[in-house]
Structures are given as C-alpha cells and as structure tokens.
Design a protein around this ligand. Structure first.
Ligand SMILES: NC(=O)c1ccc[n+]([C@@H]2O[C@H](COP(=O)([O-])OP(=O)(O)OC[C@H]3O[C@@H](n4cnc5c(N)ncnc54)[C@H](OP(=O)(O)O)[C@@H]3O)[C@@H](O)[C@H]2O)c1
Length: 327
C-alpha cells in the first residue's frame, strides 16, 4: 500500500480508502450478510487500507465497528458523517450532535478521526457553516472527533460550488469530491483550492455505475454523441473506452478509471465501494499502478474534458442516460 498525508489533518492515510456506502454497502446492499461485510473490511486491512468511510445514513457503522475490533485504534482512520442535505431535511445543531453521539456508540469507539457533514448542497452551506459547524466544534473540543470535514452532493452540485466556498472558509479540514474520467471539472474548480488551503481530499465516484457496466457506458456515450457533445463516430462504438485497454495501458476500463483519479494532483485518498473481495483486490492493484500513458490521458481530456455531470447518479434515477440533471 502507498500512504500519504491527508491535507492539514496530518493523518497518515492509505491512498486507497474503503467506502462502505454507495450501491454496494460492503455487499449488504446486494443481499450479502454481515459476516461477508466484515470479511471485506478485514481483507482491506490485510492489504494495508487504513482509512474507512461510513455514515449514519449507510447503516454500516455497526459492522465497521465490529470488523475493526481487535485492531489498535490508532492504526485506523475512521471517517463518518452526520446526516445533512441528502438524508435529513431539517438538520439542526442538536440533531447533528445527537447523530455524532449515536455514531460513536454504533462504531464502538471513543473518537472519530474525521467527522463530516453529509452531502451539503450550495443552498444549505451557510446553515452548515454558521449553525452546525460551531456546535460540532464544541464536541470536538470534548474529544469526540479529531477533524471536521464536508462532503458534496455530487449530482446536486455539478460545478462544485459548495466545496469551493468550504475550502476558503477554513472550517473544514477535509472535503469529499466527485471526479472521474467523464466528470473532470474538479481539476480546474476544486483541486487548486484544496491544495492552496491544504484541505485533505477524499475522492468519490471514480467508477460508480457508468464504468462498472459496459452497456450503461455505451448507452450514455451514444446519447452524448447524438446530442453533439461527443464525436459522432463514438455513437456506434459498443466499447467507447476500449482505446484505454492495450499492452502498456490499462487492463480494463475499471482499471483505467481508478488509475485516472489516483494520479490526479490534489487527490489524497481514492474511495471505492465494493461488496466483492475480488474487486477489492483488483481495485487496490489498480490504485498502486503507475499513471495511464500520457497519450491516453490526453485523449481522455480531449474527448471528455468539457463534459459535466455524466455518470454520477444511481441507475434507478435515469435508466439509460448517465447524465445528471442536478445543477
Ligand atoms: N456525498 C457523499 O458523502 C458520498 C456519496 C457517494 C459515495 N460516498 C462515499 O464514497 C464511497 C465510494 O463511492 P462509490 O461506492 O460510488 O464508489 P465507486 O468505486 O465509484 O463505485 C463502486 C461501484 O462500482 C462497483 N465496482 C467496484 N469495483 C469494481 C470492479 N473492480 N469491477 C467492477 N465493478 C466494480 C461496485 O460494485 P461491486 O460491489 O460489485 O464491486 C459499486 O457498485 C462510498 O462507499 C461512500 O463511502 C460518499
């Protein structure tokens, strides 16, 4: 495993972080049981992963707590989140503090390393900073958590407006950001700011559904080509990212997707979600490989550099298209 420093938190973290939310929820989202989920977490630990991301909303805090029992507490970095925006409308300081106390209990730990507000939209940001953060920081002073972070909504904030403000405000030590091969605007909009302010970055959505489901990728590319947003010849290509897979290049589109985000300057930790131990292993392999060859990266920038909001949403929201409607 490779390790890096998570911005100004100073935490030494693995560059691969295990996400326990997303569509898989360690397999719990696809019908697997708790023992299976614990096995995924322990396998990640064995492979050198020391950062784990969960949330009150995921229902995976108890299983993470169980799986980490027996591991010295200072050898793992536990990140969890207070419901906000996505998962809780009337978010109040009292509810955030109550959620923090519940998370400590569910995880079976005395402190959380990174406590984040979950999915904060641009419209909700003032409330997050002015009402919720001060209340949480009082709990931080009591030792309940070490660093305050914030996560963006992804589909609900395509230009990353919220996180741009958050970087400048100095309140948040980490930010969770959506970035992938077909949604690259964080390169210009976010990473210069996170680097300037030494905000630690956790990357989400590297693969999501769009790169893990070839038929969905082909349908999305066809739709974008038909709309004039991609070259017309891509419309009839059943494997539009196949050019990335070649000797000396990526071994698969998923391999390319993780390597693409891993080597982006400004990215500290790449989160991935999986309920499949084979995926866990190949994803870590991918994250430890060198960058994609320069001509392939140039082609990705050329083809997809102007796209925004592709492939972020859940399949049930838009059956074929991977284009998010949020703004
Ligand atoms: N706003 C927020 O705060 C927010 C929002 C979204 C996500 N997150 C965090 O970020 C984490 C990562 O997000 P994500 O789950 O969307 O991650 P992701 O890595 O982009 O996508 C994971 C999806 O890809 C599949 N997959 C993973 N490895 C694969 C492989 N090698 N081959 C084929 N398919 C593969 C997984 O299914 P399998 O189970 O089949 O592997 C899963 O459906 C989440 O777990 C969560 O902790 C936070």
């Amino acid at each position: 495993m490779d390790y890096t420093t998570l911005g100004r938190t100073g935490l030494k973290v693995s560059i691969a972080g295990l996400g326990t939310g997303g569509f898989s929820r360690l397999g719990l989202g696809t019908g697997k049981d708790e023992a299976h989920a614990i096995g995924i977490i322990r396998a990640a630990l064995d492979l050198g992963v020391n950062l784990f991301d969960t949330a009150a909303a995921y229902g995976t805090e108890p299983v993470l707590g169980k799986a980490l029992r027996g591991t010295p507490r200072d050898e793992v970095v536990i990140c969890t989140k207070a419901p906000f925006g996505i998962s809780s409308s009337g978010s109040s300081p009292e509810r955030a503090v109550a959620s923090l106390d519940r998370s400590l209990k569910e995880l079976g730990t005395d402190y959380i390393d990174v406590y984040q507000l979950h999915g904060v939209s641009p419209a909700a940001y003032d409330h997050a900073r002015d009402a919720i953060a001060p209340a949480l920081l009082r709990e931080k002073d009591k030792g309940k958590f070490r660093h305050l972070g914030i996560t963006e909504t992804g589909p609900g904030d395509l230009p990353h407006e919220m996180v741009q403000r958050a970087c400048r405000d100095g309140v948040w030590d980490t930010a969770m950001i959506a970035f992938h091969m077909m949604h690259q605007n964080a390169r210009a909009n976010v990473f210069p700011l996170t680097r300037e302010h030494r905000v630690g970055t956790l990357l989400m959505f590297a693969v999501r559904n769009i790169f893990s489901r070839p038929e969905r990728l082909a349908a999305t590319v066809r739709e974008l080509a038909d709309a004039g947003e991609l070259p017309p010849e891509l419309a009839s290509n059943p494997d539009p990212l196949g050019f990335l897979v070649h000797p000396g290049g990526a071994s698969s589109v998923v391999d390319a997707a993780y390597r693409f985000v891993r080597h982006e300057p400004g990215v500290d930790v790449v989160l991935f979600g999986t309920g499949d131990e084979a995926h866990l292993r190949t994803n870590i392999d991918s994250l430890l490989k060198p960058p994609l060859p320069e001509p392939d990266r140039a082609q990705l920038a050329h083809l997809f550099g102007r796209l925004v909001g592709v492939g972020l949403d859940a399949p049930h929201l838009t059956p074929l298209s991977g284009r998010s409607k949020g703004g």
